[in-house]
Ligand binder design. Structure first.
Ligand SMILES: Cc1cc2nc3c(=O)[nH]c(=O)nc-3n(C[C@H](O)[C@H](O)[C@H](O)COP(=O)(O)O)c2cc1C
Length: 222
């Protein structure tokens, strides 16, 4: 294999010119959650994105070793941003040791990204149960079948676990909420709204939480 085969695209020359329309301080909503709601509505309706609620969740363990993965945002309001996962997974183990977390929404087709930094706490059991009941039957069984992030012998092990659960809980049967599964709510401390602009002179406006509960907005150099 030659170097050319290894990198079939000329990555160094792949670049797009971003839009002229920007984001100014006077456009911003009073709170970052309100601003997020505006951008999310645009991403979901005009963004041409497959899953606008897909976000990259980055955690770090007690030694500061980082890891990232994609997760679906399932709820947001002034209390924070909620996602669901397995409490035995790597991300959940990281968050138990170090609750600081970063969420990144990569809305590339709109030349936008939103970056939330904050602290994650487990959602209450009743909130988790209410969401679990909205999941399709197969996904509920999947939450039981998977010891997320554990090394397994092969695919067959997973399929066998699922088949056993499907026999125990046929379609229409109530599936209990797995004790090892639930939500995290990320309470934002800072939220950056990034809008790509021409000539790489992007707009970056960041809300930073103040001790009195208000938000300060600062502009960052692109
Ligand atoms: C589009 C997409 C959405 C995903 N949504 C979730 C999710 O909501 N919850 C989840 O636990 N994993 C989700 N995953 C899988 C995670 O990326 C990851 O593989 C899993 O959570 C284990 O991560 P960890 O071992 O770092 O904890 C999703 C993956 C993709 C690509």
């Amino acid at each position: 294999m030659t170097d050319r085969d290894a990198v079939p695209f000329d990555l160094a020359s792949m670049r797009k010119q971003y839009r002229a329309e920007g984001l100014s301080e006077s456009d911003l909503a009073a709170s970052p959650v309100e601003q997020f709601a505006r951008w999310f509505a645009q991403a979901a309706t005009e963004g041409g994105m497959f899953e606008p609620n897909a976000m990259v969740v980055s955690t770090a363990d007690a030694e500061g070793r980082p890891s990232s993965r994609t997760v679906l945002l399932k709820h947001f309001d002034e209390q924070g941003f909620v996602f669901y996962t397995n409490y035995g997974s790597r991300k959940a183990r990281d968050l138990a040791e170090n609750p600081h977390v970063s969420l990144l929404f990569p809305w590339h087709p709109m030349a936008r990204q939103v970056i939330v930094s904050g602290v994650a706490r487990r959602t209450a059991r009743d909130e988790t149960a209410a969401y679990f009941r909205t999941r399709p039957h197969g996904s509920r069984l999947g939450a039981w079948a998977s010891a997320q992030s554990a090394v397994i012998a092969g695919r067959a092990e997973l399929d066998a676990a699922y088949a056993e659960l499907a026999a125990r809980y046929p379609e229409g049967e109530q599936v209990p909420v797995p004790p090892h599964w639930g939500g995290f709510r990320v309470v934002p401390h800072a939220v950056e709204f990034w809008q790509g602009r021409e000539n790489r002179l992007h707009d970056r406006l960041r809300y930073v939480a103040q001790p009195d509960g208000s938000w300060r907005v600062e502009r960052l150099s692109p």
